[in-house]
Design a protein around this ligand. Sequence first.
Ligand code: CO
Length: 205
Amino acid sequence: MGLKHPRAVESLTIRIMGDPALRQRARPLTAEEITSKATQELIDAMRETMHRAPGVGLAAPQVGLPLQLAVIEDRETSMRELSARQRKERERKPVSFHVIVNPALTLESPPEVEFFEGCLSLPGYLAMVPRARQIKVECLDHRGRPRTIHASGWYARILQHEIDHLAGAVFLDRMRSTTFTSLENYKRFAAAGTATKKAPAPPPS
Ligand code: CO
């Protein structure tokens, strides 16, 4: 497809589960495409859309574009309801805004860390999703420069979630299905469980 992108100031429409855009395999971008005005404007628009949602990550297929590009930012404000203990358990630390393009993911530990996770493309629902604690991502940045990211904890979870989107996969494909819950029932039941799992709902991505 050509790079016909919306204007940066506009908020993009987030596609909801059932939209075929979420199940397509995204294609890589060329270096020329990454540095183009259209892609730079797309990045700005995705950042704006992620902030407004609000969420901690957004992949291009979620706004209907089958491109291997995602934006990520986990701000202090999005984790202010977590206790110090909950932050530690989740290894949740602020991650500054950045872009990943054409990522190649390597799991450096088994996918066995389980926490509730949500998706902007399935608002109002959560499930426990096992994820690798430690990963490596080789990708390009917003300027097309090669970058190797070593991530662990919650940041690794966000990266795995976004990179799944680029392959047409969503957390439903990986979740512990019996834990699937509405956000309302999460607050009523799941978050009222054991002390270690009792936590405010995580922000979607
Ligand atoms: Co998602």
